[in-house]
Design a protein around this ligand. Structure first.
Ligand SMILES: Nc1nc2c(ncn2[C@@H]2O[C@H](COP(=O)(O)OP(=O)(O)O)[C@@H](O)[C@H]2O)c(=O)[nH]1
Ligand SMILES: [Mg+2]
Length: 368
């Protein structure tokens, strides 16, 4: 098996000689595998690339690509991974930082799992892993919360560290099928995209704890608005959920408008008709847009599914009413607080579950 460690660098002159020597020691301990090291340097003005070139005379497993300019971490990895797969014929790609925040000794730990897993993640957020204790409270909070938000929005409860940058990915069947032209971010947020892709592809994932060290030399290049960039990527990845939300909101508008328009024809009738119109709107828009890839067609099928949709919607209605009644009456929760909480945390997930598992059930398994 050939494993290519990929390190992007920008102004890491001080760290680089130590890193190459540290990896030389680690590589000689990982016997059965062919270990290579590929640097992607963003044309660092401090001359990092020259240092690497000097070491190439000493180590034949050392490679370097020098970009014309610094273009972001995602761009650097896209180039590095393509080169590692095509030119170096890598079987595995290891994402690694050049500043010793990822401990070189932990590489041998990750490599142990290549026989039975496809995606081996260095994890800061499981037992045995950690983030630097030297970090300010603000930086710690940003890291923990950013990771938590990404986990929740991507619905990845089983992966504890989704924003980390130390990971080993199988090439065959996974990275070799990824279209790097479609990588959603040029910067740090590319990591979220690759992670999501691997999970969707059905990769067998394992997390290995590691201690994320403090940077002792050089400066961090993480960009200030990275949180916004991460959210942008998550939204692009979760388009279906976003469309589901928009459709639901349109349904709500239909409900509200017709409730008003029909109010003169009697209260109960106005509620019944406007609610059913909202159900029809939701069914139609979801069918044509949100779940376009599993579109239901044909009169018989449509009628059957529409009936089923009415039933699952009634289920939501019952859950919402009963729960609302209980928490307002017995727990004294204010009505206007109970409603959005019940909708957001119970009814929407329930509906989404029903839509994806019952109404617009996927045709082919393991494919989204
Ligand atoms: N080629 C290239 N390398 C980068 C870029 N941004 C960061 N790096 C390198 O990627 C690694 C991780 O970046 P770092 O600044 O340590 O991020 P942090 O650990 O999140 O603060 C380091 O080796 C950096 O030198 C970039 O735009 N281009
Ligand atoms: Mg760093």
């Amino acid at each position: 098996m050939k494993i290519v460690v990929i390190i992007p660098t920008y102004n890491e002159k001080d760290n680089t000689p130590r890193m190459i020597e540290a990896l030389a020691r680690v590589f000689s301990d990982i016997k059965p595998h062919k270990m290579h090291l590929l640097y992607i340097d963003g044309n660092s003005p401090d001359g990092t690339a020259d240092v690497i070139r000097k070491y190439q005379k000493k180590y034949d497993w050392l490679h370097v690509i020098v970009e014309t300019k610094k273009e972001g971490l995602g761009k650097a990895y896209a180039k590095g991974m393509a080169y590692a797969m095509q030119e170096l014929r890598a079987d595995w790609l290891l994402e690694f930082d050049g500043d010793f925040q990822h401990p070189p000794e932990s590489i041998s730990e990750l490599v142990k799992y290549t026989t039975s897993y496809d995606y081996i993640l260095g994890s800061r957020y499981i037992k045995g892993g950690s983030i630097p204790k030297e970090w300010s409270l603000e930086r710690k909070l940003l890291s923990v919360l950013g990771n938590l938000v990404a986990r929740v929005l991507l619905i990845l409860p089983n992966i504890h560290d989704v924003t980390g940058g130390f990971k080993l990915s199988r090439v065959k069947g996974f990275m070799d099928q990824f279209d790097f032209d479609k990588l959603l971010s040029k910067s740090f947020a590319y990591k979220i995209h690759l992670l999501y892709y691997m999970v969707q592809k059905g990769a067998r994932v394992i997390e290995i704890p590691f201690i994320f060290g403090n940077r002792t030399s050089g400066e961090s290049k993480i960009i200030k608005n990275e949180l916004f960039e991460t959210l942008r990527v998550i939204f692009l990845l979760q388009q279906r959920i976003v469309k589901f939300g928009v459709t639901g909101f349109i349904g709500y508008l239909v409900n509200a408008i017709f409730l008003q328009l029909l109010s003169s024809s009697g209260e109960l009738l106005a509620w019944l008709v406007s609610t059913e119109l909202a159900i029809i709107s939701n069914f139609t828009i979801n069918n044509l847009w949100t779940f376009r890839s599993e579109k239901i067609s044909g009169v018989g099928k449509l009628l059957f599914k529409f009936l089923q949709f009415n039933l699952t919607s009634s289920g939501g209605l019952i859950i919402q009413s009963v729960l609302g009644f209980v928490v307002v009456t017995y727990l004294n929760v204010p009505r206007q607080l109970a409603l959005p909480i019940i909708i957001g945390f119970i009814v929407l997930p329930y509906n989404y579950f029903m839509y994806t598992k019952v109404i617009w059930k996927e045709k082919a398994p393991n494919q989204k």
